[in-house]
Design a protein around this ligand. Structure first.
Ligand SMILES: NC(=O)c1ccc[n+]([C@@H]2O[C@H](COP(=O)([O-])OP(=O)(O)OC[C@H]3O[C@@H](n4cnc5c(N)ncnc54)[C@H](OP(=O)(O)O)[C@@H]3O)[C@@H](O)[C@H]2O)c1
Length: 312
C-alpha cells in the first residue's frame, strides 16, 4: 500500500464483522503509574484511538482513569475508542479466564472490551503470583491446560457479548495454525514483535489470507540502541522525505498492512508518532530490502516478558 492515503485514519476490519481496529495503537507498557496517566492523556490528545493494555502491566486502573478524563473532557466517546487488554499467563485455566477478564474490565472502568488477547501461549502455575518461580529461579509452567482450553473460555466471552473480538499474542505459526483450525471463533488479531529487522513475512501472509490483523509491537525496536532508529537506510529515507526515523518506521508498518503499537511518553513524541504519512514506493521497497535480522524480545520462546519489571 503506497500513495497519498492518510495513514493516520487507517482502520482495519475485524474478521468477525465486529468493528474495525485503528492501525495506530498506543501501547501502555509504562512502569510508572503517574507517567501512565500523562502519557495516555497525551496519546489521546495527539489522536490515538487504540489503547493496548494488559493485566500484567499493572496499570489498567491508571489507563482507565486517563480514558475517563479524556471522555469527560469531550471529543472522545467509548464507541470511538478501541481498547484491548490481555489475559496473563497465570490465568490460562478456563475457570480463571472470566474472573481475570472481569477484573481487568473493572480496573479499566469499562462496560465491554473491543479485544481480549491471550498475552502469551505459555501457561504459568495458576495463582495470584504473576511470576511464579521455583527455588532456583526457574519459571513454574502449568502443563495441565492447553492453549485450546483457554481459547474455548475466550470464545465464550465473545458469545456472551463481554468483548467484541479475541486474539493471541507472542505466538508463532506453529501455535497459531492448529488453534485457528480448531477455533469456533477465529482469532481476529495476532500481536507479535515485527519491524524491518523481523518482518514476520510468513506470519503476515497467513494472517492476511484469513483476515487476521497482525499488530506489530516494537516497531521502533524497543528503544534499543544502536538499532532500527539509527539504521542508515531508515535515516537516509527520513532525511529525503522530511520525516523522523520513527515516522518512517511507523509509516512502513501501516503501508505493509499491519497495525502497530508505540509508546511515546511525552506529548511531543505522541504527536510525532501519530503524524505519519505514506512513504513513496521506492522508499517503501528499500525498507523491504533491508537484510539485517534481529529478534529483540525473547517472550515468544518462554512467555517471560522481556521488557516488564519482574512482579514483586
Ligand atoms: N505482547 C507483548 O508481549 C508485548 C511486548 C512488548 C510490548 N508490547 C506492547 O507494545 C507497546 C509498544 O512498546 P515497544 O517497546 O514495543 O515500542 P517501541 O515503539 O518499539 O519502543 C519504545 C521505545 O522507543 C522510544 N521512542 C518512542 N517514540 C520515539 C521517537 N519518536 N523517536 C525516538 N525514540 C522513540 C521510546 O523512548 P523513551 O523511553 O525515551 O520514550 C522507547 O525507548 C507496549 O507499550 C505494549 O503495549 C507487547
Amino acid at each position: 500500500m503506497t500513495g497519498s492515503f492518510d495513514l493516520r485514519l487507517t482502520r482495519m476490519p475485524l474478521n468477525n464483522g465486529n468493528g474495525r481496529m485503528p492501525a495506530l495503537g498506543f501501547g501502555t507498557l509504562i512502569p510508572d503509574a503517574a507517567e501512565t496517566i500523562t502519557a495516555t492523556r497525551d496519546a489521546l490528545e495527539a489522536g490515538f484511538r487504540h489503547l493496548d493494555c494488559a493485566e500484567r502491566y499493572r496499570n489498567e486502573r491508571e489507563v482507565g482513569e486517563a480514558l475517563q478524563a479524556g471522555m469527560a473532557a469531550g471529543g472522545i466517546w467509548r464507541e470511538g475508542i478501541f481498547v484491548t487488554t490481555k489475559l496473563w499467563n497465570t490465568n490460562h485455566r478456563p475457570e480463571r479466564v472470566e474472573p481475570a477478564f472481569e477484573a481487568s474490565l473493572n480496573r479499566l472502568g469499562l462496560e465491554y472490551l473491543d479485544l481480549y488477547l491471550i498475552h502469551t501461549p505459555f501457561a504459568f502455575q495458576p495463582g495470584d503470583e504473576q511470576d511464579p518461580r521455583d527455588q532456583n529461579g526457574n519459571v513454574l509452567y502449568d502443563n495441565g491446560v492447553t492453549l485450546l482450553d483457554t481459547w474455548r473460555a475466550m470464545e465464550s466471552l465473545v458469545e456472551r457479548g463481554r468483548c467484541r473480538a479475541i486474539g493471541l499474542s507472542d505466538v508463532t505459526l506453529n501455535e497459531l495454525t492448529p488453534l485457528y483450525e480448531s477455533a469456533r471463533i477465529k482469532p481476529a488479531v495476532v500481536q507479535v514483535e515485527a519491524h524491518p529487522f523481523l518482518p514476520e513475512t510468513e506470519l503476515l501472509e497467513f494472517c492476511k489470507e484469513r483476515g487476521i490483523v497482525l499488530l506489530a509491537f516494537a516497531p521502533l525496536g524497543h528503544g534499543i540502541t544502536p538499532g532500527l532508529l539509527e539504521d542508515p537506510v531508515i535515516s537516509a529515507i527520513a532525511a529525503r522525505v522530511g520525516k523522523t526515523p520513527a515516522q518512517v518506521l511507523l509509516a512502513w508498518a501501516v503501508q505493509r498492512g499491519t497495525a502497530f503499537l508505540t509508546t511515546p511518553r511525552t506529548a511531543a513524541r505522541a504527536r510525532e508518532n501519530f503524524n505519519i504519512s505514506a512513504l513513496p514506493e521506492d522508499a517503501f521497497n528499500e525498507i523491504n530490502r533491508i537484510q539485517t535480522r534481529q529478534r529483540l524480545n525473547p517472550v515468544v520462546k518462554t512467555g517471560i516478558p522481556g521488557f516488564i519489571p519482574r512482579a514483586s
